[in-house]
Design a protein around this ligand. Structure first.
Ligand code: IPE
Length: 257
């Protein structure tokens, strides 16, 4: 059996983040095209971008049930919007001739954070899951980030070769905010002891931005799996990362090694 790569398609990469429910079809198709060019099993975990964060923020879904506020409409709408983005992703992969199965997390996962409950679904070929609004036994519901799914898939499947976070707009973790960054500000090897002024658009994001990717990446690296954060707008980098070839980006190490 061939080995498995766990690949995140960040929400900021595959959607236009500030325009409600606008997919970036060009990027999605270029990522699908890359997925035809190797024969490893793949778990693709996509983010939400403008299909999730804007309404999740409006209805305060990350906080769970808030007495006195009607959040049911928000839960339904965000789940539906995420199903729509998921179907755009799946159709693109299928149009490229790939064998794909998708498993909406609100149907099989409960709880949020890295210790959510639920058996990880897997398909021989390409498995697709995504950040979603899931039920939660204490809060009623909450936001399960794709970065938490990354952690669980990368550390629980037996044949994982590496975990790759493909993000939009930046080449990896930068020492300074992206608008001030020069090429030398890319951190090539990052461990949790190193600080960085990561961008977290908290006015938009309900999950943790690049900081959450870095934190979950370090937890994955700690279990001995290679972790990379790369710019997914450059498809060749995604291909090189999947194949384990040297690539511009940030390698995450646990700090204990
Ligand atoms: C967020 O998932 C899910 C929702 C807001 C519904 P992610 O945390 O994986 O999303 P991105 O990659 O930041 O958009």
């Amino acid at each position: 059996m061939s080995s498995t790569v766990i690949l995140k398609w960040g929400g900021g990469l595959i959607t236009r983040k500030s325009n409600l429910c606008e997919a970036n079809y060009g990027v999605i198709d270029s990522l699908s095209e890359i997925c035809r060019r190797f024969d490893k099993n793949l778990v693709i975990i996509h983010g939400a971008g403008s299909f999730g964060h804007l309404k999740a923020k409006k209805y305060r879904l990350a906080e769970g049930n808030i007495p006195g506020i009607d959040q049911n409409t928000g839960v339904k709408e965000v789940r539906n919007d995420m199903l729509e983005l998921n179907s755009i992703v799946v159709k693109s992969l299928q149009n490229h001739g790939l064998s794909v199965m998708t498993y909406p997390p609100h149907k099989w996962a409960t709880g949020t954070g890295p210790n959510f409950s639920g058996e990880l679904p897997i398909h021989e070929g390409i498995t697709v899951v995504y950040g979603d609004v899931v039920d939660d036994s204490e809060k009623g519901f909450g936001i399960l980030s794709g970065d938490d799914l990354m952690y669980r898939y990368a550390t629980e499947l037996l044949d994982v070769e590496r975990a790759v976070f493909a993000i939009g707009g930046v080449d990896g973790i930068l020492r300074v905010p992206p608008e001030h960054a020069k090429p030398e500000d890319l951190i090539e090897v990052w461990s949790p002891q190193m600080e960085f002024e990561g961008e977290h658009a908290s006015d938009i994001d309900v999950t943790g931005g690049i900081g959450l990717k870095a934190a979950r990446g370090a937890m994955i690296a700690e279990k001995g799996v290679d972790v990379l954060i790369i710019n997914g707008e450059i498809p060749e980098r995604v291909l090189s990362a999947i194949n384990g070839q040297s690539v511009k980006g940030t390698r995450i190490v646990s700090g204990n090694s």
